[in-house]
Design a protein around this ligand. Sequence first.
Ligand SMILES: [Zn+2]
Length: 129
Amino acid sequence: MLDKAVLDQIRTHAANSAPQECCGIFTGTANRITAAQPAANVHPSPESHFEIDPAALIAAHRAARGGGAQVLGYYHSHPDGPARPSTEDRAQASGDGRIWAIIGKDLDVTLWRDDENQFTPLPYTVSHS
Ligand SMILES: [Zn+2]
């Protein structure tokens, strides 16, 4: 489940970052994504790649260990492409079971599970509460 506010936030982040890819971290509880933390895209070619600022990742994991929201996954945009994993994304997949959201050029959002099959489409519902 994805909160409507989070969905709006990541679409706005994607739109404002184009033509570069935006990226960030999802946090929440169990299977409910309740917050998106925008992060700097530190990849040297941000128009076609993304790399979440390692400092942001470390901070999110540290907060989770300290009793904060769990790190559920990551989001990034494809300013010039479809909302599905690219060849680059498949190369980056670690199979750690986390959720990846991809925002396509039309600001459509898809969710995927980074599992042993690389990316499995993850149906989701949007919570308006
Ligand atoms: Zn991608």
